[in-house]
Design a protein around this ligand. Structure first.
Ligand code: PMP
Length: 300
C-alpha cells in the first residue's frame, strides 16, 4: 500500500502502519461516539510540513475534553512532541493535515454512564490534503441549505458526527461543496465549516455559543477582517439575510476561506467570488506566511 494510504499512525503509545492499528469494539468511541477530535492543517514548507494555528487547536482540544470530562492525556508540550513525531514519521511533498482523536477508552462492559478507572484512547494520524485549487476559488463553490437537526452542544468537537455526516452527504448528492444549516430560521454553520455573509461591505458571522463549533478560523477571520479594514459583527443571521447576502463564504482548516457563489441553485450576489472574500483570502495567505516563517525559524 502507498505511504499516503497507509501512513504511520500513533495509537496508545505505539507507532505503526494505519492498516495494522486496532481498537477493541468496546472502545467508547465505537460504541457511543464518546470522544472528541481535532484537525490541524499542515502546510508544506522547505523545512517540512508546518502546523498552522496549533496553539489554538490544542486549546480547543483541551476545552472539548473538559466539556465531556475526559482527563487530557497530555499537556501542551506532550501534544506538541507527539504531533512533531507524527509529522516526522510521515514526511512527504505536499500539504497535509493531522487528525487527533481521544475517546473515553475501552470499557469492560457496555453501559452508558462513564466507567470507572478507564484510560483514554489516543489516536494521531497524518493525511495528505489538497486545499481548494486557484481555479475552484476563482469559480466559487455551490452550497445547499438544510434545517440543522444536530444536538445543542455543537460547541464540543465531538466524534458523534452522525448529523454532520448526513448533512455532508446531502451536499454531495446535490453537487455542492457544503450544506449550510439553519435552526429555527437562523443561520448556524456548515456540516464541517463556519459560514460568513457579507452585506453592504460588512461581514457577519453567527454568534459563538452551543449552536456552532467555534472554528479556529472564527477568531482568525475576525483578525483578518480587522487587518483588511472590514467591519465585522457577530450576531444572529436570518434565513432571509443569508439568501439576500452579497457574498457567502465558509471557513475550515481544510478549505481555509472559500467563496460560495451558488446557494440552493441561485447565484449569491452577482454569482462571483466577492471583494470581501478576496481581501480575506489575501490576508489569510499573509497570516499563514507569517506563522510558517516563524515556525521555520524555530524548527530544529
Ligand atoms: N464547524 C464544524 C461543525 C466543523 O466540523 C468545522 C471543521 N472542523 C468547523 C466549524 C471549522 O473549524 P476549524 O476552522 O477549526 O476547521
Amino acid at each position: 500500500m502507498s505511504a499516503d494510504l497507509d501512513p504511520v499512525v500513533y495509537l496508545n503509545g505505539e507507532w505503526g502502519p494505519l492498516s495494522e492499528a486496532r481498537i477493541p469494539v468496546l472502545d467508547r468511541g465505537f460504541i457511543f461516539g464518546d470522544g472528541v477530535y481535532e484537525v490541524v492543517p499542515l502546510y508544506a514548507t522547505p523545512q517540512g510540513r508546518a502546523p498552522f494555528r496549533l496553539t489554538q487547536h490544542l486549546a480547543r482540544l483541551a476545552r472539548s475534553l473538559g466539556k465531556i470530562r475526559i482527563d487530557n492525556p497530555f499537556d501542551d508540550a506532550g501534544w506538541r512532541t507527539l504531533i512533531a513525531q507524527a509529522i516526522d514519521a510521515n514526511r512527504g511533498e505536499g500539504d497535509a493535515l493531522v487528525y487527533i482523536q481521544v475517546t473515553r477508552g475501552v470499557a469492560k462492559r457496555r453501559g452508558h454512564a462513564f466507567p470507572a478507572g478507564i484510560t483514554p484512547t489516543v489516536f494521531v494520524m497524518v493525511n495528505p490534503l489538497a486545499f481548494p485549487t486557484d481555479a475552484s476559488r476563482a469559480q466559487g463553490a455551490r452550497a445547499v441549505t438544510a434545517e440543522d437537526k444536530r444536538w445543542l452542544h455543537c460547541d464540543i468537537k465531538s466524534v458523534s458526527l452522525l448529523g454532520n455526516v448526513l448533512m455532508a452527504q446531502y451536499a454531495a448528492e446535490n453537487d455542492a461543496l457544503e450544506t449550510i444549516q439553519l435552526r429555527d430560521g437562523l443561520l448556524t454553520e456548515g456540516s464541517s465549516s463556519n459560514v460568513w455573509i457579507v452585506k453592504g461591505g460588512k461581514l457577519f458571522g453567527a454568534p459563538r455559543g452551543p449552536r456552532i463549533l467555534e472554528g479556529i478560523r472564527y477568531a482568525l477571520v475576525e483578525e483578518l477582517a480587522a487587518e483588511a479594514g472590514i467591519d465585522f459583527e457577530e450576531r444572529e443571521i436570518t434565513e432571509a439575510e443569508l439568501r439576500d447576502a452579497d457574498e457567502i463564504m465558509i471557513s475550515s482548516a481544510t478549505k481555509e476561506v472559500m467563496p460560495i457563489t451558488v446557494l440552493d441553485g441561485e447565484p449569491v450576489g452577482d454569482g462571483r467570488p466577492g471583494a470581501v472574500y478576496a481581501a480575506l483570502y489575501d490576508a489569510y495567505q499573509r497570516a499563514k506566511a507569517r506563522e510558517l516563517a516563524d515556525w521555520a525559524l524555530h524548527a530544529k
